[in-house]
Design a protein around this ligand. Structure first.
Ligand code: EPU
Length: 476
């Protein structure tokens, strides 16, 4: 969705960042996933902590001039990247299993490095807490990404409403609070669109502002609520998170906290879809079923049953799959992050379905790849028309973004023969050990080094040039 936007620069992405600390990242992406379809799944999957909560809450830890302990933090490339950004700002970070200790006592740097921000869109969110604590912040424009232009105008306008001077120079957003006492001021802010990131940036900024801030038409996503709960656990005064009006009364200081991240509703939904397409009975936990209401409703529509076994455990009971229509919307509507996995499912559902993507303008990159596997999908603008087929066939395919990768894995599980998926760096950004978890359920899946030229060949012969040229790594 393209809205009034600040200018985004089309600058090259730096792939050669050297990564030396414990949060190491893969420098190259030479592995591929091989999946042999047709094996039924069974058993239980443990759902990891929510990526999009973890990223926002890590930024939120900047607000605290003390130690924060985060639990249930998923071990993902995006989390490692966010750790590096915090480290570049002067924070100390230590990872121990799924616990992350963040010490923001020595926040010294107000400037986030371009090489890091350009690789992780969510890192732009640090602008709010850095500005709130230091009175100044300089963060590069994150730029567009594989799924859309993704401007940051709503973040910037909200900060301006709170008294910040903001200007953009050579792709760098400079924000500062003028005057001797560089404190943001509470304001009434109406968001043109309930942006998750803008709601999070402004809510964080407002926790330490003077006076009361009201965010109207705020995002209601569970990750926004998780961030609000984290801030409240540090002493922030926030009410209304989870509704479209959030009111934040600024406090002078926040304190240390020990906080568990909520389970990842998108990972949970991905496994439910994997169960449905392979006609398998599986259970998943921990989950918050309320976070999955729209996803569960669509699964039931399509013919699968989802039963609450326990308050935090769901059982997927497969059924005969039939077509449905889906429109992605801000929460509590159907999540855009589940659009690609559901499209994979609908390729094998009886009848014609329509998926309408309203949140991002370029999030249908998986269509060409699913068609390569025998699906029958046509795209018209933001609509995808899916005609159910009786069989998918394994094929070499290329992941175009994070959730597109998940869609290809799901289709491959139900396809006849072997599928090889390239560009796994997308998958590794947001799913912790997807192949390990699927293997445990009985899927035949392995990650191997791509020693042949197959990767290059597939890129050259099978993928549209626009897909190859899109900077592949930034998304969250
Ligand atoms: N938008 C604007 N101006 C702004 C901000 C957003 O026009 O200032 C537009 C965007 O371009 C987009 C729409 O508003 O078209 C929605 O963007 P939003 O700000 O809500 O998304 P986000 O904060 O950038 C988060 C998640 C995404 C998820 C979306 C929507 C994180 C780190 N990322 O992005 O997650 O799809 O909300 O729910 O929280 C993913 O996990 O695969 C992923 C992309």
């Amino acid at each position: 969705m393209q809205r009034n936007s600040l200018i985004l620069e089309d600058r090259p992405i730096n792939h050669s960042l050297s990564l030396t600390d414990s949060h190491s990242l893969p420098e190259e992406d030479k592995s591929v996933l091989q999946i042999w379809g047709g094996n039924p799944l069974h058993g239980h999957v443990k759902i990891s902590g929510a990526k999009n909560s973890a990223l926002a809450i890590m930024a939120g830890a900047i607000l605290c001039p003390d130690d924060c302990r985060l639990r249930n933090v998923p071990s993902l490339v995006d989390v490692a990247r966010m750790s590096q950004i915090l480290a570049a700002l002067g924070l100390k970070i230590e990872r121990n299993g799924d616990t992350l200790d963040i010490d923001a006592r020595h926040l010294q740097q107000s400037q986030a490095p371009y090489e890091l921000v350009s690789q992780l869109r969510a890192s732009f969110f640090v602008i709010g807490p850095v500005l709130a604590r230091l009175g100044a912040a300089r963060v590069p424009l994150p730029g567009g990404c594989a799924i859309g232009a993704r401007p940051v105008d709503l973040h910037v306008r909200g900060l301006q409403a709170m008294g910040a001077e903001v200007h953009i120079d050579h792709g760098m957003v400079h924000a500062y609070v003028p005057g001797r006492n560089p404190k943001l001021k509470g304001a009434k802010i109406y968001l043109d669109y309930p942006s998750v990131g803008a709601t999070e940036t402004l809510m964080m900024a407002a926790t330490l502002a003077e006076g009361e801030t009201t965010l109207e038409n705020a995002a209601q996503e569970p990750e926004v609520v998780d961030l609000a709960n984290f801030c409240r656990a540090m002493g922030a005064r926030i009410r209304g998170a989870g509704t479209n009006t959030i009111v934040i009364s600024g406090v002078p200081n926040l304190h240390s906290v020990d906080y568990p991240i909520i389970p990842d509703r998108i990972e949970a939904g991905t496994f439910l879809v994997a169960g449905a397409i392979t006609h398998s009975e599986i259970t998943i936990s921990p989950v918050v079923p309320d976070h999955l209401t729209a996803v569960i409703a669509k699964l039931q529509d399509i013919g699968a049953k989802v039963i609450a076994e326990e308050p935090n455990c769901l059982r997927l009971v497969p059924g005969r799959l039939r077509a449905t229509d889906i429109e992605t919307l801000p929460y509590p509507g159907f999540p855009t992050d589940m659009q690609a996995p559901f499209m994979a499912l609908l390729t094998k559902s009886e009848g014609d379905s329509v998926i309408t993507e309203t949140v991002f303008e370029n999030r249908l990159g998986h269509v060409a790849e699913l068609n390569r596997m025998g699906a029958d999908i046509r795209v018209k603008g933001k609509h995808a028309l899916i005609r159910g087929v009786s069989m998918l066939s394994g094929a070499p395919v290329v992941a175009t973004d994070l959730r597109a990768s998940a869609a290809l894995v799901i289709a491959a599980l139900a396809a006849d023969g072997k599928t090889t998926i390239q560009r796994l760096h997308h998958l590794d950004r947001g799913y912790y050990d997807l192949e390990g978890k699927l293997r445990q359920l009985g899927a035949k899946i392995e990650r191997v080094q791509d020693k042949t030229d197959a990767g290059v060949e597939a890129d050259q012969t099978l993928t549209a040039p626009s897909q190859i040229l899109t900077p592949p790594q930034m998304q969250s």
